[in-house]
Design a protein around this ligand. Structure first.
Ligand code: MIG
Length: 664
């Protein structure tokens, strides 16, 4: 039930892996289609129609009432007025009197005006050439599963990647990492990963380790792993221009960088200063860049996060040089206008989209301007690292996630949602992104726990950790210029420990549900309406989600609240994780004010379902999936399907799904 339409001569993105026959445009009945230089798809919306999708985007689960742009953007100020974030996930589902999904597989900019200009109209405009896929189905949920089946199975990380990770931009030496790990150990906090931000490198050079601050690095990696913890380094997109940096020289020799019009490597400024961008849209160059991960792998590293791959640009050398003559000398009596003109020039450097028109990729011998394929950069960069990891060791699963992305990347990596802030509104925003990301194939997802930018507070971090209990990627991360945010920096140690233990108690459930969703092209997080299709209120609930088909999440996301109102579409069992054990209570359908203390996690278990709970553990790999107890809301025998693989081997995980019989 999928129709494929082609517009022009598209760049193949690789997002869709199924063979689908192209159809004549006369079969495009879902949209009113116009092509006057730019492609335009119009649809009249009915009052209560819902539009789902768009993956990593701002605003709610229902995307109506705003305008969204797919043009990957590095901008750390994520407010409600933004229109684009780090990824482009061009899949939407219209759910109303008409129901269909639409995937705009365009490498260039796509704008989704979903009732912004005219509240009853949806207008999608696409720049450049591409494909449109129309997915039909009975309901939104079926349409999504159908779409997921043509884009291929989602990435499954190793089991340890479901543990807790600690990160901070600023950890810069063995001592810093020692301190993090020992603080976790002293406080009896569980931990699986510590992330290494850019300060581990020599002068921000990718594929290097600062030897003076990390002497004997491979031994350090080994020692840390003996304590059950993995180090996960960051890899930035830009390669430093420097005459004795072997990686830079090698890439030069292989013509592996993006070039300007004259064919010279295009120079941009990022963390290392003047840098060049690997041309990862070129097959050979991509292969070369991916192979560089060997450096870390040889040191015992098993996980990576790819950053700055929109690509982020602090300045382009070209713009910088061209503007220099415009600078006047700063004088005390300088007119305000002149001063402001200078300031404007300076602030125009960072991530100026005009720069994207000034460099080129060599795609199969043809020079293609970056701005036409901009949205693929993070995807393809992460793809080539994933390809190399497989080549390095095809037996093993690696942890890999990226900041920038496009649909297709979901097969080889996860996403973290970039530079959020320590704002209560972002706690809700990041929660609402979960189902939208799942619709687009991204299952291994998570936000910086506690918020990245700005100063967090103890209560925000606690509430955030209660939500993160359920997100596949769970990482506390913040930059050096904000309040220190590791759980051990605050006084409520017992509360933090309680929440972290809850995560590990839930690991057999989280991991098994994740694997099943990946294998079945299913969503891990669903809007309520997908599970309660006959409930009239469910479509308008934006702050509760179903996880798998067993539990409903309803997190507290407001400061100073002692709980929240929760809507129960049916009778459910309230399951409360407390420091005095797990407490359950039957709840009738309807509205309830549910009290939730700062160290508690409350979920609602559906009738006929069970929830496996593991014994306390401090490392994900040590959680005993065989030794679980079940919280039950059943009248008769049922089965729970658990994934019992070793958590590491790259294998068909279907073989490890075990049905466990649970009696009432
Ligand atoms: O320009 O590596 O989103 O997680 O800590 C900032 C430093 C670059 C942005 C990432 C953030 C990371 C930071 N990076």
């Amino acid at each position: 039930m999928i129709k494929k339409f082609r517009f022009g001569t598209p760049i193949e993105t690789g997002a869709v892996i199924s063979e689908i026959k192209e159809q004549d445009l006369t079969n495009l009945t879902e949209f009113n289609f116009k092509n006057e230089g730019v492609l335009e798809f119009n649809l009249q919306l009915k009052k209560l129609d819902i539009v789902y999708g768009l993956g990593e985007q701002i605003r709610g689960i229902n995307k109506r009432g705003w305008i969204y742009t797919s043009y990957n953007e590095d901008n750390a100020v994520i407010t409600e007025t933004r229109t684009s974030l780090y990824g482009s996930h061009n899949f939407i589902v219209v759910d109303g009197q008409v129901k269909f999904g639409a995937f705009f597989d365009f490498a260039d900019k796509v704008v989704f005006d979903i009732g912004y200009t005219d509240s009853n109209m949806m207008k999608v405009t696409c720049r450049g050439d591409g494909y449109l896929y129309i997915v039909n189905g009975e309901n939104a949920y079926q349409i999504i599963k159908e779409f997921r089946s043509i884009i291929g199975q989602s990435y499954i990380p190793p089991k340890w990647a479901f543990g807790i990770g600690q990160s901070r931009w600023g950890y810069a030496s063995i001592e810093d990492f020692e301190k993090v790990i020992s603080s976790y150990e002293e406080n009896d906090f569980p931990l699986d990963m510590v992330y290494m931000d850019i300060d581990y490198m020599t002068e921000y050079e990718d594929f290097t380790i600062n030897e003076s601050r990390f002497p004997d690095f491979d031994n350090f990696v080994k020692k840390v792993k003996e304590r059950g913890i993995r180090l996960v380094p960051i890899v930035d997109a830009g390669i430093k221009v420097k005459n004795d940096y072997d990686v830079y020289l090698e890439g030069l020799e292989k013509n592996a960088y993006c070039v300007d019009k004259s064919g010279k490597p295009f120079v941009v400024g990022v963390w290392p200063g003047d840098s060049v961008l690997p041309d990862i849209l070129n097959k050979e160059s991509a292969k070369w860049f991916g192979s560089k991960y060997k450096f870390y792998l040889d040191n015992g590293i098993e996980g990576f996060w790819n950053d700055m791959n929109e690509p982020a640009i602090f300045y382009s050398k070209k713009r910088l040089n061209a503007s220099l003559t415009k600078f006047k000398k700063v004088k005390p009596d300088m007119p305000r206008e002149e001063f402001e003109a200078m300031r404007d020039i300076i602030s125009s450097y960072q991530n100026n989209v005009e720069d994207y028109k000034d460099f080129y990729h060599n795609i199969d011998g043809k020079l293609v301007s970056h701005d036409k394929v901009h949205n693929l950069y993070g995807y393809k960069l992460t793809q080539c690292s994933a390809d190399y990891l497989k080549e390095y060791n095809s037996e093993k699963r690696y942890l890999l996630f990226s900041r920038s992305s496009y649909i297709g990347m979901h097969r080889s990596a996860g996403i973290w949602t970039g530079d959020n802030a320590s704002w209560w509104s972002h706690l809700l925003l990041n929660f609402q992104m979960l189902p939208s990301l799942n619709m687009c194939g991204f299952l291994y997802v998570g936000a910086d726990v506690g918020g990245f930018g700005c100063n967090t507070t103890q209560d925000l971090l606690l509430r955030w950790m209660a939500v993160a209990c359920f997100t596949p990627l769970y990482r506390n991360h913040s930059p050096w210029d904000t309040r220190e945010q590791e759980p051990y920096q605050f006084s409520a140690t017992d509360k933090f420990r309680q929440l972290m233990q809850t995560r590990y108690a839930l690991l057999p459930f989280i991991y098994s549900e994740y694997v099943k969703c990946a294998l079945n092209n299913d969503m891990l997080f669903k809007p309520l309406a997908f599970c309660f299709p006959n409930d009239k209120r469910a479509p308008f609930i934006e702050d509760q989600l179903m996880m798998g088909d067993a539990i409903m999440l309803a997190p507290v996301y407001q400061q100073n609240s002692v709980g929240r109102y929760v809507y129960l579409p049916e009778d459910m069992l309230e399951v409360r994780f407390t420091n005095a054990g797990i407490k359950t209570k039957e709840r009738k359908n309807g509205n309830h004010f549910i009290k939730v203390a700062l160290d508690q996690v409350v979920v609602f278990l559906r009738k006929g379902k069970v929830l496996p709970i593991a014994k306390p553990c401090k490392r994900a790999m040590d959680v005993d999936f065989k030794d679980v107890t079940f919280i039950k809301n059943i009248d008769s025998e049922t089965v729970y399907t658990m994934c019992m693989d070793d958590g590491i081997k790259a294998d068909d995980l279907r073989k490890y799904l075990v049905d466990i019989v649970v009696k009432p």
